[in-house]
Design a binder for this molecule. Structure first.
Ligand code: PLP
Length: 400
């Protein structure tokens, strides 16, 4: 019996989740696996946020809310954009959902006609292309490897646009490669888009607060204010406040688009958890020292991981500018053999070998649309990272 619709058959389950599940299975069997595959902060949620969730329940906020969430949450989001980004959004230009992930899905569900194209520079976050496919769209992947600084430029954007283009997907700081677009780079893309009024822009800015070097984060709308009426800024509390399990994301955009997204949400999940909404209010309105302390720790870990990987002959990488991943190119290892005689024909083979023999879980670049690379998350303790680097050094060294 075939249960899957033709649409579902076009997509795969999240590959980073799959690696992580395998790593957890190996751990359960007593294998000492270090899991560097998931993009999830290892810190606990700030205490005042947990307290706010507790209070929310005690005070009776245990029921459905409107699809666009509590007014207090939308107010906190409006204030966040004003305070941190100098951007002015109205209360009806904000929506919320069960994570940034659901916002992306809502946006595609609300807007894509069959065959609409979504320009997706690679490397991209694993879910973008599959979400487009699930909603009847066509991902148009533009490889932007290290030779392009991992970024899309005006010329290649212009060449990718067709009469069917509906969205341009941008993600800065980027998962998996850490690239941050400068104001000038965004502005150059904006100039191209001005000539193509049907194209909408998603700017996924969920890693806004994880900045590792001197390159500052710039919201797309700051660089391209003339495109404000066709840009959806996506953000959330998962990465900044380690609140991944609360499932709370938010977006800002033109009212018509926000209304359409709220409509799809009203017929799917109704609203994000009332408790998580009030916890997010506390996170956004409360003290921000957690965010600064976490960022300092990510900077120290990033430097440590990059130094450790640079010492492995054959890996090519730079210090990522933001987010918490290292994304080395590993072409030198493709075509080599493992000590038990297996050929490493792809980055997926390499990632598999590193898990099997090195006992370190990574995600191959192919999951992010760009080969041959591997992604290592440094959202884990320095001790674990040090140990992982030693195991990786040994495993890479054993390839012939
Ligand atoms: C680039 C990017 N966007 C969105 C998300 C999803 O975030 P959320 O937990 O808010 O759904 C992730 C999570 O890994 C991500 O890396």
């Amino acid at each position: 019996m075939e249960f899957q619709s033709s649409r579902v058959r076009t997509v795969k389950s999240s590959p980073s989740m799959a690696v992580s599940v395998l790593a957890k299975k190996m751990l359960a069997l007593g294998e000492p696996v270090i899991n560097l595959s998931l993009g999830e902060p290892d810190f606990n949620v700030p205490a005042h946020v947990i307290e706010a969730a507790h209070q929310a329940m005690l005070e009776g906020n245990n029921h459905y809310t409107a699809p666009n969430g509590y007014e207090a949450l939308r107010r906190a989001i409006v204030d966040k954009f004003q305070r941190e980004n100098g951007l002015h959004y109205g209360m009806d230009e904000i929506c919320v959902a069960n994570g940034a992930k659901q916002l992306l899905f809502n946006a595609f569900l609300a807007t894509l006609e069959p065959g609409d194209e979504v320009i997706t520079p690679a490397p991209y976050w694993v879910s973008y292309t599959d979400m487009v496919l699930l909603n009847g769209g066509v991902p148009k992947v533009i490889p932007c490897g290290a030779e392009y600084g991992f970024k899309l430029d005006a010329e290649r954007l212009e060449a990718a646009i067709t009469p069917h283009t509906r969205w341009l997907m941008l993600n800065s700081p980027n998962n998996p490669c850490g690239a941050i677009y400068t104001q000038a780079e965004f502005a150059a893309l904006g100039e191209v888009l001005e000539r193509h009024p049907r194209v909408l822009v998603i700017s996924d800015e969920i890693y806004e607060h994880i900045i590792l070097g001197n390159q500052a984060f710039v919201p797309f709308v700051t660089a391209c204010p003339q495109l404000r009426e066709r840009t959806l800024l996506i953000n959330g509390v998962s990465k900044a406040y380690a609140m991944t399990g609360y499932r709370l994301g938010y977006a800002a955009g033109p009212k018509g688009l926000i209304d359409a997204m709220n409509k799809t949400q009203s017929q799917t999940t109704t609203c994000p958890s009332a408790i998580s909404q009030l916890a997010a209010v506390a996170a956004l309105n409360g003290p921000q020292d957690f965010v600064r302390a976490a960022n300092l720790e990510y900077q120290a870990r990033g430097a440590m991981v990059v130094e450790g990987l640079a010492a492995i002959d054959g890996l090519e990488l730079q210090m990522p500018e933001g987010a918490f991943y290292a994304f080395p190119r590993c072409a030198a290892f493709i075509g080599k053999s493992t000590p038990d005689g297996q050929l490493i024909a792809s980055d997926a083979d390499l990632s598999n070998y590193l898990l099997r023999v090195g006992k370190v879980a990574t995600v191959p670049g192919s999951a992010f649309g760009l080969e041959p690379y591997i992604r290592l998350s440094f959202a884990t303790s320095r001790e674990q990272l040090q140990q992982a680097l030693e195991q990786l050094r040994e495993a890479f060294g054993a390839l012939r």
